[in-house]
Unconditional design. Structure first.
Length: 154
């Protein structure tokens, strides 16, 4: 799996109008792993799906829980701290968090066992489902349709 291509896809999708805001809201409210969702969408656009989403979650969980989430919490704490030095540190932590997100993608690329898929949205839709998040199926479908609409992918 081409890690640079995955990163380019992620940055492109995340940068589309409204996507970052919706993804961050889903991350904060439901624990969505934005990287995982975007990786699922990348695979789908390549005509692929993971053999096991759970295996990918297991592969990235230690990194996400021990590196990404603490960096995110630190960055958010620093946001409201007074002083130029605190804000300089916040920018460094923000850069480190972004680097950690990229490493998570490398982990996903190394761990994925891809299989062919005719549906470009199947893997992402399977990830964003009621068995993983505290939403009913109708709400998952509504949010997913809104997200893919913002991304302009089908």
């Amino acid at each position: 799996m081409d890690q640079e291509e995955v990163w380019t896809f992620t940055v492109s999708m995340y940068g589309r109008d409204g996507v970052a805001k919706l993804c961050l809201d889903l991350q904060d409210r439901y624990g969505l792993d934005v990287n995982m969702l975007l990786f699922m969408l990348y695979l789908g656009q390549k005509g692929l799906a993971p053999h096991s989403i759970s295996a990918l979650e297991d592969a990235v969980r230690p990194w996400r829980d021990n590196v990404i989430i603490p960096l995110r919490q630190t960055r958010r704490f620093l946001k409201d701290q007074p002083g130029e030095s605190a804000q300089e540190l916040r920018q460094k932590v923000k850069a480190d968090e972004l680097h950690a997100e990229r490493i998570e993608q490398h982990i996903l690329c190394a761990a994925v066992q891809a299989v062919p898929s005719d549906d470009p949205l199947a893997a992402a839709h399977a990830y964003f489902s009621p068995n993983r998040f505290d939403l009913d199926q109708a709400e998952c479908d509504r949010v997913f349709a809104g997200l893919t609409g913002l991304m302009k992918i089908a």
